[in-house]
Ligand binder design. Sequence first.
Ligand SMILES: Cc1ncc(C[n+]2csc(CCOP(=O)(O)OP(=O)(O)O)c2C)c(N)n1
Ligand SMILES: [Mg+2]
Length: 287
Amino acid sequence: MQTEPRATARTAVSNVSLVDRAYRIRRHALRMGEVQGQGYIAQALGIADVLAVSYFHALRYRPDDPEWEGRDRFLLSIGHYAIALYAALIEAGVLPEDELETYGTDDSRLPMSAMSAYTPGMEITGGSLGHGLPIAIGFALALKRKKSKSLVYNLLSDGELDEGSTWEAAMSASSFQLDNLIGIVDVNNQQADGPSTKVLSFEPLGPKFEAFGWHVQRVNGNDIDALVEAFDMARALSEPRPRVIICDTKMAKGVPFLEERESNHFLRVEKDEWQKALQILEARRQS
Ligand SMILES: Cc1ncc(C[n+]2csc(CCOP(=O)(O)OP(=O)(O)O)c2C)c(N)n1
Ligand SMILES: [Mg+2]
């Protein structure tokens, strides 16, 4: 396989470790969750490591200029994961930290479902599953035609694999040879109606993407080192095809009493449990 360095480092420079970034993203998400007392917290805790590596290792962006033309685009298909992306954007300095107190309230820039018109750094409006990858293809094609070096990342969920439009887009991406497109699939094996593989079996997922012409990697999405390696590989590759990083994650990762909740697609957390969750997170970080 040929490797050829291409887009490198983000613009924000800091010596805070990626593990710390992931911890802080989880903490921001829990604090936002507490404002509403409920929400898609388990997804945010599960995807925090992927977001830390995305925003603090892979992506090029300017925190003070979210619409900078040279930025890489990070497209969140899954509007209900908005809380997770807000947490990353707060940590990245795109959004001020004190704004998390407004999460989901009237006139807030942080609505419970992702809306690009409201939130700096939110590239697309999400919510209706199965639209993210088709939109990402439009972004990637347009950037290529402009001879831009920017990359397009699209975070999808395993529930979105049930949508036919996702597979139509997957086929188009390789047909258009979109080597500037990196799909990230959060395989947490959960969706609204139960375990994803029971709702509609999608395994073996890697070979499916391969058959659709993608370069495929599958990693533990809660292992920072493995994620760094996979993102580096996806960016360095010079093959003329789209890349996908399939990330196996654990819902509510980092807070065992939430990890164990049976139905954690939408979590209701008791008032006293938020502080408990934050304390557990902090203790585990220091251990
Ligand atoms: C087209 C469409 N159908 C149904 C829904 C309702 N819905 C919202 S979230 C969700 C579950 C999707 O699966 P996934 O994102 O894997 O769930 P999670 O991992 O967050 O539990 C569903 C069916 C929707 N938003 N869009
Ligand atoms: Mg899921």
